[in-house]
Design a protein around this ligand. Structure first.
Ligand code: CAO
Length: 536
């Protein structure tokens, strides 16, 4: 026998590094470079590979131990590599009286057979605190079979091989005895057994006995960890911790259902299921925050506070709610506020009223705003873009279509007026009137609401000093218009009454930076303040 102690290699001088997983058990054959122990610092976890091949003859650390470079991890018999083929036959032959490490050995045709898993060394007198399998269960090598607990440590007894649980000798609460049977596994074979061999095996009814190395977890002060805040304080065994890591589950979020709050694999599975259900929200479900790790708004029984009535939402309202949630959660919004001086614009607009009547159109400030926004989009094309879904490109539009939010009886709709930059004020006023009428009569088709580059949302007729509109994705900006008011403005020598229009510009900060926004907004204000500029 050539025993070799495998120690912690150079881990960058880190000390007090925690052993979070032991990937091998006594009796395992280990390959060179195969992971044997997982260490975790507060910055990273590292799988420590074994530099030699051979048979693991002893574990020198337990899960939870703190180690540094040079500390012994495992002991390996490196001679077992050369001898394994020679010893295999003997081991199989002697399996009734002598424990073997492996029932499956290269070069030997093995058959399906029962193996008895025994109470491991150091676990005599331990209490069975969890039986993790049931008769008939299929287990993989390393799966936890039972969890034992002494006054010093809790330990999971892993399956030595993949197989099916045939019988279980221990129940929860039982005390273990030296060499006592835990359960019998029907293990997998590597060859096709002959019928005679299976019959012979069955008639013998003496299963090879496999001692397994327990996976130790440090003993816990169970009463103190009911509200654990750190994952190392959680009362769970290594296999459960490993499983939780694979599922990206934070064990501190789970309340263990086993004795004294111990977390089992079933608890982790139930938690994952619960999270999946909680976050599974139909894509058109409105007003519900989903994904992004954002907790759902709790359900409230409003009837306990007074009379209520349940009103169904229109399809448009449901869609608006879903879109608003989606846009608000996906887009990093910035909203900038300003006031545009519309004194001259209003004087001009009022001067057009008689002509407008003759033409059969109503001319409100909105057609002017459409024209001014189109000019600003042309002057500052960084606002006439969309984020490409690959996250690596920006789509630059060469056309100028503008949507206008309309408050209709069925909800908020946004008809789009095309090529605003190419149309005159009368044409825009007429088209806008038609669109609003169709919106209010629920006559807009999907095409009428597609292809926008930018949106105007005007609450001006209703009042208010300002609001933060939500960007209408895939557009990247939206203009909010509030109620104009006569306000005193300083002209350099005196205060003069001016008609000031409050504007709020929300934009997607992924696509637009503050400088672009500043340029766009000041250009827009200049044009609104002096509409003659639209001719320039
Ligand atoms: N300040 C002061 N007065 C204003 C104004 C403003 N910003 N905007 C419009 N007005 C005046 C108009 O000039 C008109 O008065 P006159 O008849 O004397 O000219 C009066 O208010 C009514 O205007 P209107 O509502 O008929 O027309 P509009 O072009 O201003 O608006 C529309 C049309 C469809 C945009 C509007 O009716 C609407 O539905 N707005 C709702 C938008 C919305 O819900 N947005 C969502 C908010 S959250 O993003």
């Amino acid at each position: 026998m050539t025993q070799q102690i495998i120690s912690v290699p150079d881990i960058g001088g880190a000390e007090g590094v925690e052993v979070i997983e032991i990937s091998v058990a006594v009796g395992d054959m280990i390959e060179a470079d195969q992971g044997m122990v997982v260490l975790e610092t507060d910055k990273a976890s590292m799988d420590i590979p074994c530099p030699v091949e051979g048979m693991v003859t002893a574990l020198k650390v337990s899960v939870g131990d703190k180690v540094a470079e040079g500390d012994a991890l495992i002991e390996v018999d490196t001679e077992m590599v050369d001898n394994k083929d020679a010893t295999a036959e003997t081991d199989v032959a002697e399996s009734e009286s002598k424990p073997v490490a492996h029932a499956e050995v290269p070069g030997v045709t093995l058959v399906s057979e029962d193996v008895t898993v025994l109470v491991p060394e150091g676990a005599e007198g331990a209490e069975v605190i969890e039986v993790s399998v049931a008769v008939g269960d299929r287990v993989e090598e390393g799966d936890s079979l039972v969890v034992l607990e002494t006054d010093k440590a809790s330990m999971e007894v892993p399956a030595p091989q993949a197989g099916k649980v045939v019988s279980i000798a221990l129940g929860q609460g039982d005390k273990t005895v030296t060499g006592g049977e835990i359960l019998v596994l029907s293990v997998e074979s590597s060859g096709s057994p002959s019928a005679e061999r299976i019959a012979a095996d069955k008639s013998q009814s003496t299963a090879p006995v496999i001692p397994v190395a327990p996976q130790l977890a440090p003993a816990q002060d169970h009463n103190a960890i009911v509200k654990a805040s750190q994952s190392e304080d959680v009362y769970a065994g290594p296999a459960v911790r490993k499983f939780a890591r694979e599922m990206a589950v934070d064990l501190t979020q789970i309340t263990g259902s086993s004795d004294r709050g111990r977390i089992s694999k079933a608890d982790v599975k139930a938690y994952v299921k619960q999270m999946m259900n909680r976050h599974h929200v139909p894509s058109e479900t409105p007003g519900v925050t989903a994904g992004s790790g954002i907790p759902a708004i709790p359900e409230v029984d409003f009837s306990q506070f007074g009379d209520i009535e349940l009103l169904s939402m229109s399809k448009v309202k449901k869609l608006t709610a879903a879109n608003m949630s989606r846009n608000w959660l996906n887009i990093p919004h910035v909203t900038q506020f300003d006031e545009a001086d519309i004194t001259d614009l209003e004087a001009f607009r009022k001067s057009l009223k008689a002509e407008a009547e003759q033409r059969g159109v109503k001319i409100t400030p909105l057609p002017f705003l459409l024209k001014a926004c189109a000019a600003a989009l042309v002057a500052e094309p960084s606002f006439n873009v969309s984020m490409h879904c690959d996250g690596e490109h920006i789509v630059q539009r060469k056309y100028v279509n503008i949507g206008v939010a309309v408050d209709s009886p069925i909800g908020l709709v946004v008809p789009v007026i095309r090529d605003v930059d190419k149309k005159g004020l009368w044409e825009l006023a007429a088209e806008f009137m038609t669109m609003v009428a169709r919106a209010r009569d629920s006559k807009l088709g999907p095409k009428d609401m597609q292809g926008g580059c930018f949106t105007i949302s005007s609450l001006g007729a209703m009042g208010g000093q300002g609001f933060t509109p939500i960007v209408n994705a895939p557009e990247v900006a939206i203009l909010g218009v509030s109620k104009a008011e006569i306000k005193p403005q300083w002209n350099g020598s005196e205060f003069v009454p001016r008609n000031m229009l409050p504007l709020s510009l929300s934009y997607d900060h992924r696509a637009i930076n503050g400088g672009d926004a500043g340029r766009f907004f000041s250009y827009l204000n200049r044009v609104i303040g002096d509409v003659r500029r639209l001719l320039l």
